[in-house]
Design a protein around this ligand. Structure first.
Ligand code: SER
Length: 313
């Protein structure tokens, strides 16, 4: 039978590009997009779309039965900065949506799950440089706590019930098709929009805050690669470390200044600085390289070029 894929949270920053990439690979009608709101034109017009609340098990079960879904990509989540403002809402959304999908797989209503984790699973006591796959994890944010708990549940459902769930700890993601919403790494997207529109940007993190980042094309490539590989290659069932580049806001500004010479950056750190300070500055992803052949294509210079070219009016 042909596989039928459901993306939950299809209108978000990752969901939009993932839906389009999956539609390209498996055909428009085999990839069902869903979200609690409608998304951009490209997404809405390229294939089936359902309004769906990921925390509503019955509604989810109905969509899965109707389209005979075999794989679910659960991209709906409240990100780090917003989650600090609405802790209970974030916990409920991030955890209940995951349980709903894991339980569907446990009941054998779906075969395979992708669920994203994040560098936010690490905390202030984690080694900051070249952070290993397995290390101290004491997340200090609501979002990080939900992702770390989620990882433990994924691992548990795999070992206890044989659920084929696969996951990546995404770094900050940089993209031009859809804006990120409510994250701490959002500055790395906003900066390009402001550089083009106003030639200046006020960053909410300090100049020297180094964080792991990735261009969206790499994130999509990794996701499809991990979902494609044979189950026995997936040795990590919590979530894989994944790395592409690391930089600070001031290094990012320098890379933009190579194209927009009069671009200026200033710094007004807010509450997001403490979140960023609790996260690693670089990630060791040797397990992803070893198990399913991961390798990034985009560094900062290439990312800047792509972003400025695609966002230019
Ligand atoms: N980019 C996310 C955030 O900043 C991290 O997963 O919240």
């Amino acid at each position: 039978m042909e596989k039928s894929i459901l993306i939950i949270g299809a209108c978000g920053q990752i969901g939009t590009e993932l839906t389009l990439a999956l539609r390209e690979t498996y055909g428009n009608d085999s990839v069902i997009a869903s979200d609690i709101r409608e998304g951009n034109e490209n997404l809405m017009e390229s294939g089936p779309f359902e309004i769906l609340d990921a925390t509503d098990y019955d509604a989810l079960e109905e969509v899965v039965a109707y389209y005979e879904i075999s794989e679910v990509y659960l991209m709906a989540a409240m990100l780090s900065a917003t989650a600090e403002k609405f802790p209970m809402r974030a916990w409920n959304l991030n955890m209940n949506s995951l349980f709903n999908v894991l339980n569907l797989a446990k009941e054998k209503k779906i075969d395979k799950i992708f669920w994203p984790s994040s560098i936010a699973v690490f905390g202030p006591n984690t080694p900051k440089e070249n952070t290993p796959q397995s290390t101290i994890m004491e997340p200090s944010t609501v979002y990080g706590i939900s992702k770390q708990s989620g990882e433990r549940w994924c691992d548990y459902y795999f070992h206890k019930f044989g659920v084929d769930v696969r996951s990546i700890r995404y770094p900050g993601l940089i993209s031009w098709k859809t804006m990120p919403g409510g994250g701490t790494t959002d500055y790395a997207v906003e900066i390009y929009h402001k550089a083009l529109a106003e030639k200046s940007y006020t960053c909410f993190l300090k100049a020297d805050t180094e964080l792991p980042m990735m261009f969206m094309d790499d994130a999509i490539k990794a996701t499809l690669q991990l979902m494609d590989t044979d189950a026995e290659n997936v040795k990590v069932r919590s979530s894989y470390n994944l790395s592409a580049m690391n930089f600070t806001p001031s290094q990012m500004a320098e890379s933009i200044q190579k194209h927009i010479t009069d671009f200026k950056i200033s710094y007004e750190p807010d509450f997001r600085q403490a979140i960023a300070d609790s996260w690693p500055s670089s990630i060791n992803d040797q397990e992803a390289r070893r198990d399913w052949g991961w390798k990034a294509d985009f560094d900062l210079e290439k990312t800047t070029k792509e972003m400025l070219e695609n966002l230019a009016p």
